[in-house]
Design a protein around this ligand. Structure first.
Ligand code: SF4
Length: 354
């Protein structure tokens, strides 16, 4: 008879997940009942690693992870702002763009971010099942135009290595699938999950890309650095999708520090998203002008590698649209009238298309 596994045998990341705070009772609050109602609608999970990054109440880590009674008061916004369900030919798969699909493979995350645009779904059993994953893979197999599959959730990296390996193998075996991407916040919220074994598994499925998700420089810790370096060493190109969040990172100097630190841990800033109008998240949403101003403060003031695309994901499923500050002011006598990053005006000769 084999010995029973004890808690100490669990890999670090599983023990951290098990020790997560899932109930508001652990939190001091002047509205304990209301907070309970928040959690019953939008689940809570803060694992001890991410909890340990909080320095004080209402700091950027606290705001991203601690439930807030304002989540319940937000009645106006849409529960499914990107109309993912409307573009879902089979449950758990979104096919919005011609050549690529989004496949949900996990309903769990290492932290339930309070600003999440899928907060209506994450953390609920039944959001993703073995059957929905199987049907999604069958759909991809039958649609030869799908050349790019993005795995998401929840967080795909909360699956066990063996299960993740099965899903990746099935997709990798489909000849028209040219690339696989994984969207994950785990290198930020539970970097201990990025074990050498996981990195070794992932590198069997190249070309495999990963979009990670950091929102504040305080999240770039020694652990996150190790995790990202391990993934980069496995040959996985890493891009970051950051969300512009009021009171967290809506400040040019914070954003510049974040983007520079991302490059140091070998992550390319990829997107800065204006917050989606998902129900329960309005208190995080800034104006678009604030985002444009941040881009203006980055562009030219620091390396172009540090500058992400600022984008809105259109309400109702219109897709992502990049937004840029207006550098091109007009045209005159065959010349472009352009302002540079310092706000100085220049005339620049235009070419011809003949
Ligand atoms: S990790 Fe991603 S999917 Fe999960 S709660 Fe956070 S933002 Fe949402």
């Amino acid at each position: 008879m084999g010995a029973e596994k004890t808690e100490n045998d669990l890999p670090d990341w599983k023990r951290l997940l098990e020790e997560s705070i899932m109930e508001p009772d652990a939190l001091p609050s002047s509205h304990p009942e209301k907070l309970k109602r928040v959690i019953s609608r939008y689940p809570m999970r803060i694992n001890p690693y991410y909890l340990g990054l909080i320095r004080e109440k209402n700091d950027p880590i606290y705001r991203q992870s601690m439930p807030d009674i304002r989540e319940l008061d937000d009645k106006g916004a849409a529960p499914d702002p990107l109309n993912e369900e409307g573009h879902s030919p089979v449950r758990g798969l979104t096919h919005r763009y011609p050549d690529r699909v989004l496949l949900l493979v996990s309903s769990e995350c290492a932290v339930y971010c309070r600003f999440c645009n899928r907060k209506r779904k994450v953390g609920r059993p039944g959001m993703v099942t073995d059957r929905s994953i199987e049907e999604g893979i069958d759909y991809i197999r039958a649609h030869r135009e799908v050349r790019d599959v993005l795995l998401s959730g929840g967080d795909p990296l909360l699956l066990e290595d063996a299960r993740l390996g099965e899903i990746l193998s099935a997709l990798h075996a489909i000849s028209h699938v040219e690339i696989i991407r994984i969207g994950t916040r785990v290198p930020c919220t539970l970097p201990q999950r990025i074990t050498p074994e996981l990195a070794g598994l992932l590198q069997k499925f190249h070309p495999l890309y990963m979009n990670v998700h950091f929102n504040h420089p305080l999240e770039i810790t020694a652990e996150a650095t190790l995790a990202c370096n391990r993934l980069a060493d496995a040959g996985i190109p890493l891009g970051c999708q950051t969300v512009l969040l009021k009171g967290v990172n809506d400040d040019p100097s914070v954003m510049q520090e974040l983007m520079r630190k991302l490059l140091i841990i070998r992550v390319k800033p990829y997107y800065l998203f204006h917050g989606d109008p998902a129900r329960g998240t309005s208190h995080f949403r800034t104006s678009v002008s604030r985002g444009l101003n941040i881009i203006r403060e980055l562009q030219g003031h620091t390396s172009g590698l540090c500058v992400p695309h600022f984008a809105i994901d259109l309400l109702g499923g219109g897709g992502k649209v990049p937004l840029l500050p207006d550098y091109l002011q007009g045209r005159e006598d065959g010349s472009l009238l352009v302002t540079n990053y310092r706000g100085n005006a220049y005339r620049h000769p235009d070419g011809t298309d003949d």
